[in-house]
Design a protein around this ligand. Structure first.
Ligand code: MN
Ligand code: MN
Length: 307
């Protein structure tokens, strides 16, 4: 029915407006942190500054600010009291997201304290630029992945095959459609009005990542189980209210619980499947990973970069 259709169109326009608002905040935060990442600065100060700026500028963090150094590719955010510091020669990826009422803008930058790694970061940025030029209604996601892989390999590096760009949905950071970093045999069709985080990883290492035994980022799963610890029950209440289904940091809960009790409660929640944990992902020791990421809205005959 016509009236229903207009309702849908209005709802979509509102949703895209909120994505654009989140994107505007993300752009301002990127500008504000240009000079922040340098040797001697603590990782936790970068995370906290980014997250504070997001809130000051009118958004909410869509997930904890990730600061991933050298061969670390993703999912590192400072735990409470972290002493990790940026060193001379480091390659530092800062990846953050902003949401407005659950509508997300996701973006990442690479900072090189290392001249040789500049080319690696350039490979990631060029692959991102080409991917964005290809994205349009009717294009298959694997066609975009093929171009990303080609650019990175032409530079002499490897794309990280296990990480990919992803569709953004309300309160869902990683929706069901992905934009791979590599050429896959099959893809899915990109449609007008969809919002994607286009996310590139180029590596001097193997192109594969392994999981660390630790995680500092978690998210609530659509699943409940009886919980033994009262701290675990309280975490679920806080997360349902504050973060819903979006990822959150252990650090964000550190003001409500003692460190020891928090660790034990998180472990219970993960073991029962109530929380998902995001283990830190790294390529092999001694390698470097660069990342470039922007969020786009698929338009009539191309896409609009909102970050
Ligand atoms: Mn990101
Ligand atoms: Mn992303």
């Amino acid at each position: 029915m016509a009236s229903e259709k207009r309702g849908d169109e209005e709802a979509q326009a509102d949703a895209l407006g909120r994505h654009r608002h989140a994107g505007k905040v993300a752009k301002e935060v990127k500008e504000a942190i240009r000079g922040l990442v340098r040797p001697g600065v603590k990782c936790i100060d970068i995370c906290e500054t980014v997250e504070r700026l997001i809130i000051e500028k009118g958004g909410r963090p869509a997930f904890p600010c990730n600061v991933s150094i050298n061969n670390v590719a993703a999912h590192y955010t400072s735990p409470p009291g972290d002493s990790l510091t940026i060193n001379e020669g480091d390659v530092v990826k800062v990846d953050f997201g902003v949401h407005v009422e659950g509508y997300i803008a996701d973006t990442a930058l690479t900072f090189c304290m290392n001249k040789e790694a500049e080319r690696l970061a350039e490979a990631a940025r060029e692959a991102l630029k080409n991917a964005i030029e290809l994205i349009a209604p009717g294009v298959e996601t694997n066609v975009v992945g093929r171009e990303i892989e080609k650019v990175i390999r032409d530079y002499g590096y490897r794309p990280l095959r296990e990480l990919s760009g992803h569709i953004l949905e309300q309160y869902v950071l990683h929706g069901s459609k992905v934009i791979p970093n590599v050429a896959l045999p099959h893809g899915e069709t990109i449609n007008k009005g969809e919002v994607y985080a286009v996310e590139i990883f180029a590596s001097t290492g193997s192109g594969g990542v392994s999981e660390a035994p630790y995680a500092y980022i978690f998210s609530l799963q659509p699943f409940f189980a009886p919980l033994r610890l009262k701290e675990a029950r309280k975490i679920v209440m806080v997360v349902e209210k504050e973060y819903r289904t979006l990822p959150f940091a252990e650090r964000w809960l550190a003001t409500c619980f003692s460190r020891g009790k928090l660790r034990v409660a998180l472990r219970e929640l993960v073991s029962k499947g109530v929380l998902r944990q995001y283990r830190v992902l790294s390529d092999r020791k001694g390698s470097y990973v660069a990342q470039a990421e922007e969020t786009v809205i698929v338009a009539d005959d191309g896409c609009e970069v909102i970050t």
